[in-house]
Design a protein around this ligand. Sequence first.
Ligand SMILES: Cc1ncc(COP(=O)(O)OP(=O)(O)O)c(N)n1
Ligand SMILES: Cc1ncsc1CCOP(=O)(O)O
Length: 559
Amino acid sequence: MLQTKTVTTTTKTTTIINKAESKPLDLSVYVVIDVSVLPAGRDAVAVAEQALEGGATVIQLRAKHLDTKSFIELSNKVKAVAAKFGALFVVNDRVDVALAVDADGIHIGQDDMPLATARRLLGPSKVIGVTCSNTDEVNSAVSSGFANYLGTCAVFPTATKAYAPDFTPLGATGLNSLLQVSTLPIVAIGGINVENVEQLIIESQTALKTVAGCAVVSAIVCAQNPTQATKDLAAKIHPLLKHNSESSIARSLNPRPPRVQLLVNQVAQALSSVRASTPLVHSITNYVVMNDNANVLLAIGASPIMAHSTKEASDIISFCGSLVLNIGTLSDPWIDAMHIAGKKANSLGIPVVLDPVGAGATPLRQSTCVDLVTLIHTDIVKGNAGEISFLAGALANTSGGVQSRGVDSDGTMSEPAHVVRSLAAKVNSAIAMSGPVDYVSDRVGKDVVAVSNGNEWLGKITGTGCDTTTLVAAFAAALNAELKGKSLSAATWTASDDESFDPYLIAGVGGILCMCIAAEQAIAQGGIKGPMSFKTALFDAIANLTPEMIQRFARVDFV
Ligand SMILES: Cc1ncc(COP(=O)(O)OP(=O)(O)O)c(N)n1
Ligand SMILES: Cc1ncsc1CCOP(=O)(O)O
């Protein structure tokens, strides 16, 4: 019997709203009312209102030289008109003023109040924008988890903000570099007007991302007719903001909690390690998926080797980075080879990843996977809910056994986190369980991560579950090698440190995220006519995955 596996996942839609304020975060037409730029006789509140009538989605009040009392008074008035139009009201620089008037948010620069302090003072529901002029500043703002969006230094020459004489505006190319690395929305600013805005948006966009909006001061504040000027600008901006995915905007509204962000950072870093180290993965796997597994390993940046003979299983694993044991198409000699390679891997500290394909289906599969987890040490077990449930149940009779909760007809189980956590502790292996949501436990059952990326198309072609297992093994090999390079070992990880995740938890989450995000990308690129065009697009998407895409698209949570 040929057994193949699928990862069943669902696409989820997210409503893009700022939950605390029930207000959409639309940064597209961002008007900065700078009181020092206002032409004589013009009133800041009136200009704000005119810009809002023209379609401004955000009003920022910038008043560098206003005393605190006047700034607060003016802010209260501008906030009231912005509220009338359902627009966001943001204060420039002054967290005290934002707090005093209960503004929707704040925009700060690198020399203003530190981002972490601003977030602590403003709380989780306020919008925080931070100016970033280079990719280091972008990475720092993104990884802090405290910012909702990013502003830029001037993209074009401007007289509105003073810069040092040697300052060079970012231009579309510089903006593109920021967009490449940012997982947060970016608003461009500086010298933007109705003449140059389209070219800026088009020339700066990446394959995946466009600016979230354009911010202007003089082009609106000094315009003869601010309402018409805003309308004209909005008409140019809106049709071009097509690449901004829902997930990135939703993420910006809901920055990841710091520990989740830390995990995502480490997974993204681990993908870089896979690419840099090209780990060799030895797979004793099933006939159905051999070729695909090998190609998936190449696509992620690893190298495949497949050897089933008992006569070479031990020699081969000796120079590999990890071992996959996949019981999909068993034969007696293959089982022997699995034990030989597994024992040798254990003796050399090489991670072993078990895929108990169809675990409970026949007595042969039942005894094989139970023997494998008991007679050799597996570092990671990756299976679907039925397989993990079988293993948990089979081991329930042994001391400290796990009560399996059973699998529902839709392939889910009622207490997935409990099952992976307890099985992990029982067999001292990380457990990665695929399903509508994937669950991954570390080896002691302390951290359990739910991954909700993916697409139902993964279930429409054969072998994506086994492919995911090989990706997990590539991550395990790269992480283990990296630790060995530091005279450490994945095997000796302890759960005592909150900052350090089990490397095999990272491997499990990494492999699953790569497969699931690649599936989302394959679908998002369009042109899928059926299973085979999906498969082609999926393999291409795996090859094109970047650490930044993991940062941007990962939907993970501790449970
Ligand atoms: C949307 C937006 N982007 C960038 C800035 C610039 O902010 P900052 O670097 O703090 O400089 P000042 O505005 O304080 O001179 C901004 N205000 N808005
Ligand atoms: C506040 C700010 N930050 C970078 S450039 C700038 C001023 C933009 O003003 P303008 O739209 O008049 O060029």
